[in-house]
Design a protein around this ligand. Structure first.
Ligand SMILES: Cc1cc2nc3c(=O)[nH]c(=O)nc-3n(C[C@H](O)[C@H](O)[C@H](O)COP(=O)(O)OP(=O)(O)OC[C@H]3O[C@@H](n4cnc5c(N)ncnc54)[C@H](O)[C@@H]3O)c2cc1C
Length: 387
């Protein structure tokens, strides 16, 4: 039995690998050079049904669990592709599924499952609030049957390639709330109606091709019917989706890590220096072996967190641990892979430098390592809060 077959969801993995084979390194290199969104790749994944695995069958999806979604994203990344262009649909959809009204679910979920609507944008982060989400300032004021939204967001990825955005904003000022996490609400913004009519989207060029943007809201009108759940409870709704996000992104790191190990092991066997394969030297072998061990350990935590999530258990700590271990393992593997390739690790055509840049993101976003350690210290170990 091959390693992939011994993992969960072998049929899904095999199908994703076949799909990804049509999007080789040259495809990603070309897009990366000009920072172009991988529209064709996302369309192909959508048409194959891989982005709607978590949508229940009643709403047109496959109704599978998070474990299936992690298999999809891991294989995308192991194949040298990148799920960052479309992974948000899997977890933002959960906010709508868990907290939306039946009418909202009927209106949006089947269209998302068919690929007629894209729900790829998730608007939380703001320049002045940073990780302290309770200090967001984007404000939605209820006026009749509308909300009038004013404020600013930063790092909102895929906003230019999405029809809908899940937006977190304040509906009650922080100082008027019993708890700082009260008074925030989730609105579903129809980007097709909002852009240039109160919403300005400005791309932010980064070290990786991630289609990220900053958003400016200037009296944007959003129908009150687009409020998800109850006004003032939005922070809780967003938090429940964040566990899924962390587990899914951890699975992308596992895929990246396996990509780097596959490439490094192959190169170390092939590259001959001083009359022998560089992989005959233990100084080259051991870092590859260490990366493989670290990825296997992190993958175990990702599986555990996904199983807990699917069982409806409280998996906040495990989701955080999975994301931290997987992002650190993939970063170690990335560094090892560059070193194994010597000068060729820096050459665009080998894809190593691109994946190196891409996997670095995950120790910062969607949550930075320090904040994970803080969560573990205070929630799992009962240490005093420092902020
Ligand atoms: C390419 C990219 C795409 C993104 N996509 C999205 C998106 O689609 N939607 C969205 O809403 N957001 C998105 N983000 C934002 C991302 O979630 C944040 O960048 C991340 O959560 C870190 O927040 P920050 O950048 O504000 O850092 P800050 O909160 O400013 O923190 C800066 C540093 O200080 C550390 N730090 C802060 N406070 C503490 C403390 N109390 N103790 C110890 N260390 C601390 C942090 O760990 C971090 O290393 C994206 C970011 C990037 C770079």
């Amino acid at each position: 039995m091959s390693e992939a077959q011994s993992q969960s969801h072998p049929e899904i993995r095999e199908a994703v690998r076949r799909l990804c084979a049509a999007f080789p390194g040259e495809y990603w290199q070309r897009l990366d050079r000009d920072r172009i969104y991988p529209t064709e790749f996302v369309r192909t994944l959508t048409e194959a049904g891989f982005l709607s695995v978590l949508i229940p069958e009643d709403y047109g999806g496959s109704g599978l669990g998070l474990g299936a979604a992690t298999a999809v994203l891991e294989e995308i990344h192991r194949s040298g592709c990148n799920g960052g262009a479309c992974h948000a649909q899997m977890y933002t959809m959960g906010t709508l599924l868990k907290h939306g009204s039946e009418a909202q679910k009927r209106e949006y979920l089947p269209a998302i499952a068919r690929g007629a609507l894209r729900l790829q944008a998730f608007g939380v982060t703001e320049p002045t609030a940073g990780t302290d989400t309770t200090r967001i300032r984007t404000f939605a004021k209820r006026v009749g049957d509308k909300y009038i939204v004013n404020g600013q967001k930063i790092w909102i990825s895929r906003a230019e390639h999405s029809d809908l955005m899940v937006l977190l904003c304040r509906t009650t000022p922080r100082e008027d709330c019993a708890k700082p996490s009260d008074g925030m609400s989730v609105l579903l913004v129809d980007m097709r109606e909002a852009v240039d009519k109160g919403l300005t989207v400005r791309p932010v060029r980064t070290m990786l091709n991630h289609a990220t943007t900053e958003l400016f809201f200037d009296d944007l009108e959003v129908p009150a019917a687009n409020l998800i759940g109850e006004e003032g409870k939005g922070f809780r709704y967003i938090l429940s989706g964040m566990n899924a996000e962390r587990i899914l992104i951890a699975s992308e790191c596992i895929g990246d890590g396996r990509f780097f190990v596959d490439r490094a092991a192959a190169y170390a066997k092939d590259r001959s220096v001083f009359g022998r394969a560089i992989g005959e030297n233990q100084g080259v072998q051991f870092p590859i072996a260490r990366a493989w061990v670290q990825i296997a350990a992190a993958a175990g935590m990702v599986d555990k967190a996904a199983q807990m999530f699917d069982a409806g258990a409280d998996c906040g700590t495990e989701a955080n641990m999975a994301k931290m271990l997987a992002s650190e393992a993939s970063w170690y593997a990335a560094d090892m892979c560059v070193q194994t390739h010597g000068g060729f690790g820096f050459a665009e055509e080998y894809d190593i430098e691109r994946k190196f840049r891409e996997t670095r993101l995950y120790q910062v976003a969607p949550i930075s390592t320090n904040l994970i350690l803080s969560h573990v210290a205070t929630h799992a170990l009962g240490l005093p809060k420092s902020f």
